[in-house]
Design a binder for this molecule. Structure first.
Ligand code: PLP
Length: 431
């Protein structure tokens, strides 16, 4: 019996099925839960080696194409795409650490990552020590313990706009055979590629600049492919010991790619935060224009930051593109093509001034997101950093009058006109 002669219900399910190959120029969207095996042995081989595609949680051609694009942009050996940046960060940590292990992290990180470390991973038995002065290699060195498994920091941190000396912190990691994991969300690989400066792993919230359109969530881990079992195996026994069922160890099977292979085989699919192929496609589409957007956003941000820095209503602007920023020289060393588009501005007049600003913007959008083509504003003290004490907020550069701006690709004259109107009103209220 052919499908054509089958009953209505069977035709509805099976008609039109079959392998179709057309050389699509855009990445095809394989919106499918799984893939048909060629034969009995193909299925066994897929389960045995992980080669090819079987089920979308463990691999999908659309997702794979985007992983390869993002690995290439970060100068990495391989990448794993996940459903969100938060999923990428937790997958990166669980790839290197387990119960009884320890992580050394910058204190200047996204609050969601901090929550993951201090609440969730701590409950799983992974402890974290936070380093406040991230520009001091000795501060990192002192925090390392015998059970430390990784160092973690953001390349450009929010809210103070600190820039990480990636080479210096990687060198501290190398002394103890520890990978440096860098969250490169704010810098993007267009401005900075941490793997070229000695970091071992990069993570991103792809929901931000990589996608750029603010339509989807996603995350990615990119690995340098330089895992050295002889030098670092004692810090990663799960990568060098034989696997279950007599399987050779991950390092024996994947060599320098052991870490990312473990993330792909044993962490990401088991914890299950797999990306939708449709979202992967949209991230890949966005990434194609990353250079143009980040170039424009960085130029806009510099213009807006310079304008704000001279305004009477403004107490200070923490933007690494300004020569007044303590990390400006580090930024000039590491960032190529601009200084990014996210920074904070602190207004005279504290929370009342901030409230008036947020309530009056028209071109800027008031929302909790960054790296979008649209310019965005958020008041961190009452939102992202609301759970911190006032003293902690002050240390992190989050004051009552501080606003976080994420500058988009609009005409900078329109952004400045919006800010000018808003700051005139702020000045009237505060006076
Ligand atoms: C620096 C950084 N890392 C990670 C994340 C988490 O990413 P997502 O929101 O895509 O889960 C964010 C989100 O704002 C972020 O700003």
């Amino acid at each position: 019996m052919t499908v054509d002669s089958a009953s209505f219900a069977t035709r509805a399910v099976h008609a039109g099925r079959g392998p179709q190959h057309a050389p699509s120029r855009a990445t095809p969207i394989y919106l499918t839960a799984g893939f048909e095996f060629d034969d009995f042995d193909h299925a066994a081989d897929h389960f045995g080696t992980g080669a090819g595609f079987g089920y979308t949680r463990t691999g999908n051609p659309t997702v794979r194409a985007v992983e390869q694009k993002l690995a290439a942009l970060e100068s990495g050996a391989d990448a794993v795409l996940l459903a969100s940046g938060q999923a990428a960060v937790v997958t990166a940590f669980l790839t290197v650490a387990g119960a009884g292990d320890h992580i050394v992290s910058s204190a200047h990180i996204y609050e969601g990552t901090r929550g993951l470390l201090v609440d969730n991973l701590a409950r799983l038995g992974i402890q974290t020590t936070f380093v406040d002065d991230i520009s001091d290699p000795d501060a990192w060195r002192r925090a390392i313990r015998p059970n430390t498994r990784a160092l973690f920091a953001e390349s450009i941190a929010n809210a103070r706009n600190d820039v990480l000396d990636v080479a210096a912190v990687s060198a501290v990691g190398d002394e103890a055979a520890l990978p440096l994991i860098v969250d490169n969300t704010l810098a993007t690989p267009y401005l900075l590629r941490p793997l070229e400066h000695g970091a071992a792993v990069v993570v991103h919230s792809a929901s931000k600049f990589l996608a750029g359109h603010g339509s989807v969530l996603g995350g990615v881990i990119v690995d340098d492919g330089r895992f050295d079992a002889a030098a670092a195996g004692h810090n990663a026994p799960h990568l060098v010991l034989p696997g279950r069922g007599g399987l050779a160890g991950v390092a024996a099977r994947h060599g320098g790619n052991a870490r990312i292979a473990y993330a792909r085989e044993a962490v990401a699919p088991r914890f299950g935060a797999s990306p939708s192929p449709l979202n992967a496609f949209l991230i890949g589409q966005g990434a194609e224009t990353l250079a143009l957007r980040v170039q424009r956003q960085s130029a806009n941000a510099l213009e807006v930051a310079r304008w704000l820095a001279h305004h009477d209503a403004v107490e200070c602007v923490d933007y690494v593109g300004l020569e007044s920023h303590p990390d400006h020289r580090t930024a000039v060393r590491y960032l190529d093509g601009g200084f990014g588009s996210i920074f904070t501005v602190t207004l005279h007049g504290g929370i009342d001034a901030a409230r008036s600003f947020v309530g009056n913007v028209r071109v800027f959008t008031h929302m909790t997101h960054i790296g979008d083509v649209r310019s965005l504003v958020l008041h961190p003290a009452t939102t992202s950093h609301a759970l911190r004490t006032e003293e902690e907020r002050e240390r992190l550069g989050v004051h009552p009058g501080t606003l976080r701006l994420s500058i988009g690709i609009e005409d900078p004259a329109d952004l400045i006109a919006d800010l000018s109107r808003v700051l005139t009103r702020v000045g009237e209220r505060v006076a």
